[in-house]
Design a protein around this ligand. Sequence first.
Ligand code: EPU
Length: 337
Amino acid sequence: MQENFSLKPYNTFGVEAKAKYFVEVNNIDELKEALNFSKAQSLPLLFLGGGSNILLAKDFDGLAIKLSLKGISEKIVGENEVLVTAKAGENWHQFVLYCLEKNYGGLENLSLIPGNVGTSPMQNIGAYGTEIKDIFVDCNVLNLETLEIEIFDLEKCKFGYRDSIFKKEGKGRYVILEVTFKLTKENHHIKTEYGAIKSELANSGIENPTIQDISKAVINIRQSKLPDPKEIGNAGSFFKNPTIPLQQYEDLKQKFENIQGYPNGDFVKVPAGWLIEQSGWKGKQIGNVASHKFQALVIINATGNATGKEIFDFSTEIINSVKEKYGIELEREVNII
Ligand code: EPU
């Protein structure tokens, strides 16, 4: 247990913020011990996974627990199916690579997403035509009140776009300990429908892609437009893509004929990156903070010296100007602490 501990290395924005107490736990017993300490001292809790979806807007006056439970196991369940379980502290991309090496399919479109396995269900991570709900079986969680382990299956997790029970009624009540995915062994379901993947494969002259080819294509696309948090502090998409009623979209189309949208029933999902770019923010820098020059949806710690508050204020300015121009209120995807 450490006191007055800098969380700078534990958040991918790379902002300075101190936790009153900090502890890294490697197993459930250590986790329970930490929880007992926080209970005895009435300390608020902050769970840290890969630190890739949080913005530390100020110091944290409680106990920060870094979840470092490690291990991967697997169980063959059918001709073409394997269940792979990874503990919360496994790095997401390393886990994807592990599965690709064994030729297990299902995770390839989710290559190179920052963060750890344990946080993947929280916001139902997704990219390039796949969300984890597509291959998710269940996760084991620790109930923070009873300290009992519970199992949450697909239905119980209530996954939605960048959403789950863990962000709603389950918020602050559970810690995810391990996650099980159902993957394919041979007859893989290759997903190339996401536009950029097709053109990336075509550029490399690949006609019948393997899951490894898909992974490489996704890695190339991501590296070409998303900043590497090891080099420039960021937390991926800062905002969610907003969903607006069809009528509102049609009204906007009258005024802004280039507006983009993906219809979904009576609603349309509008790319936040487009709205932000059209509001003049792409590549714009104020002080230490900027919107990324290749993907406006990503806010970066441009100089490495940004504070969490500066980043938060920058995001508020983006929200205000998109609201003013389009009447759409962007919602932050990143958790503000
Ligand atoms: N766009 C712009 N300007 C920009 C950025 C995007 O006009 O600066 C337009 C693009 O031209 C494109 C559309 O917006 O037509 C969508 O862009 P893109 O394909 O880059 O995807 P996105 O909707 O911006 C989402 C996820 C990403 C994920 C990609 C690929 C959200 C909030 N973000 O971004 O996830 O990698 O799709 O599937 O849903 C993340 O969550 O951290 C993340 C990076």
